[in-house]
Design a protein around this ligand. Structure first.
Ligand SMILES: N[C@@H](CCC(=O)N[C@@H](CS)C(=O)NCC(=O)O)C(=O)O
Length: 219
């Protein structure tokens, strides 16, 4: 197999998760090399990645002589290698999908840095702060509106890159949130995503790993 995806530790690497999901969902064959991104070995392992991929980060996909780095580039490439169904054919819906993808990819909110992907797997999780609840409301209101307007079951109708981009974010939020009654469509959408073979495969492995504890979680 000349196609190799370098991913990260499965309970710590949300960006690698997204790229991996797009390849799986498009039935693209690839070999996987898991890079241990936990400290203290993180720096040394990523230095090895930097020898062939300028950002020195995961994910990175090697396909023959092409080196494709950054989750979003890999997701788009996976879609093109596959049947292209992860971006809608309708131009406006496609632009909407790309807006959602770009929103997540460019930071989304203050939610992700403090509510790390790693923390989704902690046995003893803290309650969300008031700010985190406010950010969740803002985001979930958007999801609820999109699921209603586009008719579901996914954000823009059929499964798209936008859904896959948000999977790790949903996992972070759902593992910490308390009362989600206001967002019934969003809950159904989350359950549907979590039931997919691709998501299950990654998560089953992630849940078997020892938790990666980060500083600042309880501050
Ligand atoms: N924008 C990049 C972010 C990738 C990223 O931050 N990956 C983490 C692991 S999930 C990493 O390798 N960080 C090391 C670094 O950026 O130096 C992408 O979307 O792929």
């Amino acid at each position: 197999m000349s196609r190799i995806l370098y991913t990260g530790t499965k309970n710590a690497s949300s960006w690698a998760f997204r790229a991996w999901l797009a390849l799986k969902e498009q039935d693209v064959e690839f070999d996987e090399r898991v890079v241990d991104i936990r400290k203290p070995q993180r720096l040394g392992n990523l230095a090895l990645i930097a020898e062939f991929s300028p950002p020195g980060a995961v994910p990175v996909l090697i396909d023959g002589d092409a080196i494709i780095y950054d989750s979003l580039a890999i997701m788009e490439y996976a879609n093109e290698l596959g049947d292209g169904s992860l971006l809608p054919t309708d131009m406006k819906l496609r632009a909407q999908t790309r807006s959602l993808v770009a929103w997540q990819h460019s930071g989304l909110s203050n939610l992700c840095p403090r509510l790390s992907f790693e923390s989704s797997f902690y046995p003893d999780r803290r309650a969300m702060s008031a700010n985190e609840r406010t950010d969740t409301k803002r985001l979930f209101d958007v999801f609820e509106m999109l699921l209603q307007r586009n008719g579901g079951p996914f954000l823009v109708g059929g499964l798209s890159l936008a859904d896959l981009m948000f999977v790790p974010t949903l996992i972070r939020i759902m593992s910490h949130a308390q009362n989600l009654d206001t967002w019934q469509l969003t809950q159904d959408w989350y359950r549907l995503l979590m039931s997919r073979d691709s998501v299950q495969e990654w998560m089953q492995e992630a849940m078997r790993l020892p938790p990666v504890f980060l500083d600042g979680y309880r501050d």
